[in-house]
Design a protein around this ligand. Structure first.
Ligand code: F6R
Length: 242
């Protein structure tokens, strides 16, 4: 595990975008695993800026997102598909037919998850997986549990995650209670993992992830076992690390 300390969110975003750019330049037809949430927004903005300058070409890239709320379709402005379109895909030359997000409108969870695992497997594997970190240590929507989840699965969101995500909805009752998410196996099989962590409110969990025991109660702690995991954290998130 390599940890880079960034000065602030802007510096973190630039550093993360540099790593993603390097991946796209080295392998133009790479498979990027992408995340939603607040953490990667600055990274996506930076990538868009470099694309507009003519420094990046996404025309051969495939993207596979981590997760999607069950029950929300692409037109819903709280869906992760909508987030990805508005925060990244609409602004770069990626072929949208090669951008994948779990199908939130599929009511048959087994089918939705099996279909998504097939997409991941037939893509040839994820070259670089971008992750944010939940306050409870979740990655994707792999919440603290008794065992590490395997492939894509349907999860019941924990109260803390529902509470954290309420900021994006009109009220807590509107936050979906279930989501489809890649499992720990899908994430760990990515060739490279890049985690972006920002803010003092992530300091406690970041310390547990990096210095604590590897346990499904802190899902991101499993990244200690990944052979190419990079964490970029800003000074506030690093506040409790030496
Ligand atoms: C998003 C995702 C989540 C977030 C995490 C952190 O696709 O899978 O695991 O990365 O909840 O969210 P933010 O970045 O909003 O703090």
């Amino acid at each position: 595990m390599i940890i880079y300390k960034a000065k602030d969110y802007q510096d973190l975003s630039r550093k993360a975008a540099n790593i993603i750019s390097a991946q796209v330049i080295m392998k133009p037809d790479c498979v990027l695993g992408l995340a939603t949430g607040s953490s990667p927004v600055g990274t996506y903005k930076q990538l868009i800026e470099w694309y507009e300058k003519g420094d990046l070409d996404f025309s051969s890239v495939t993207s596979i997102n981590l997760d999607e709320y069950k029950g929300l379709g692409p037109e819903n402005d709280q869906s992760y598909r909508y987030f990805m379109n508005t925060n990244l895909f609409d602004h770069i030359n990626i072929d949208k037919t090669r951008t994948f997000v779990p199908n939130g409108l599929e009511t048959d969870s087994d089918k939705a998850c099996a279909d998504y695992d097939k997409i991941i497997d037939t893509s040839g594997g994820i070259d670089l997986q971008l992750l944010g970190l939940g306050h409870n240590g979740h990655i994707g929507f792999n919440e603290p549990a008794d065992a590490f989840a395997d492939g894509t699965h349907c999860v019941d969101l924990t109260e803390s995650t529902i509470e954290a995500n309420t900021r994006f909805f009109a009220c807590e009752a509107d936050v979906p209670r279930q989501a489809y998410t890649m499992g720990i196996r899908n994430i760990m099989q990515a060739k490279k993992v890049l985690v972006v962590v920002s803010g003092r409110d992530k300091a406690e969990i970041l310390k547990k992830v990096v210095c604590g025991p590897i346990t499904p109660q802190v899902p991101a702690s499993v990244l200690q076992l990944h052979k190419d995991a990079v964490i970029i954290a800003d000074e506030e998130a690093m506040a409790l690390m030496d």
